[in-house]
Ligand binder design. Structure first.
Ligand code: ASP
Length: 316
């Protein structure tokens, strides 16, 4: 039998929602530049959830907005590869049924996360790559932009600087060396459904054809109502080798951990196994939010229990 206060608590929980976004585990510009942008995006997603929108729509909206903002390494403002070109990767997952969509190595698609969602919703597949994925985006009527749209002065200067000091790929794996600005979002809506999405331009000065963790389900993203929603950022090779998003979900589902502990333990695994560089955001099946990172800082914002919190300072 429920007491009246139990019933009140149950109603409150049903009406709660949680949302968390990240702008990567490293910043090209001073952290203060990101504050307003992160706040605007999380507020927009929170409004959608407040109005009864789905977790899937919330993560699609937040990641699209972050892709449109040249401050981040996703969509416009993506990192440049060795040839000075932008290739984008993205993924999305629906915790209700573990439906997933992913795309890698696409050029010109304005919002790669929307392409990932279109693949999830309109094909029997999970993952499309390269020109064929671009053709699919055209057929679905998604927006395209010219190559110049994606390239910012900051990213061009970053590449010139790296190539000037002949920074090789290995130096990108140095914990102090990386500038990562991949974006992601995780959400739990008022109906208890989870969703996650991640989008990136990869690592600056990466080889042509290189794909990181961001579009890989179980590495850079995961969502399952039975456990949690996770989005990762960092040196993708580390997250692929450790199946890091799946590891965090395992901690919730089978080791019965809450958000904080699950994220912390997943990060510990990443560091212990491969001295991994990066971080993750996580919302568990109860709506608890957490972040963990092995980098000096991580750009995040969250809406939890009716409050918005933005974190842009190193060490938080
Ligand atoms: N994880 C991304 C990748 O390796 C990079 C990042 O997080 O900035 O492609």
């Amino acid at each position: 039998m429920f007491s009246p206060s139990d019933r009140l608590e149950a109603v409150k929980l049903m009406n709660d929602f949680s949302l968390m976004i990240h702008g990567g585990a490293g910043a090209l510009l001073p952290p203060s530049r990101y504050e307003e942008s992160l706040r605007g995006v999380v507020e927009s997603g929170a409004r959608l959830l407040e109005d009864g929108g789905s977790a899937l729509d919330a993560v699609s909206r937040c990641v699209s907005l972050l892709e449109d903002d040249p401050l981040y390494n996703a969509g416009r403002g993506s990192a440049l590869n060795t040839m000075g070109q932008v290739f984008c990767d993205a993924s999305i997952m629906d915790g209700r049924n573990m439906a997933a969509g992913a795309v890698a190595g696409v050029r010109g698609v304005k919002n790669p996360v929307l392409l990932a969602r279109a693949i999830m919703e309109n094909t029997p597949h999970v993952f499309l790559i390269g020109p064929a994925a671009e053709n699919f985006a055209r057929a679905r009527g998604l927006n395209f932009e010219s190559p110049e749209y994606f390239v910012t002065d900051e990213r061009a200067a970053e590449l010139a600087e790296m190539q000037g000091r002949q920074s090789d790929l290995l130096s990108r794996l140095n914990p102090q060396g990386g500038v990562m600005g991949t974006v992601g979002a995780v959400a739990r809506d008022k109906f208890g459904n989870l969703a996650a999405a991640t989008s990136t331009g990869g690592l600056a000065n990466q080889l042509e054809g290189r794909v990181g963790d961001s579009p890989l389900i179980g590495a850079g993203v995961i969502a399952d109502n039975a456990s949690c929603a996770v989005s990762c950022t960092g040196v993708g090779e580390h997250f692929i080798k450790t199946s890091l998003a799946r590891m965090a979900a395992f901690n919730v589902e089978f080791r019965d951990m809450r958000a904080e502990e699950a994220a912390r333990e997943a990060l510990r695994y990443l560091v212990d196994k491969v001295r991994g560089v990066g971080g993750l955001i996580l919302i568990d099946r109860h709506g608890g939010c957490a972040q963990a990172h092995s980098t000096p800082g991580m750009l995040t914002a969250k809406a939890e229990n009716g409050a918005i919190i933005v974190r842009t300072k190193a060490g938080t």
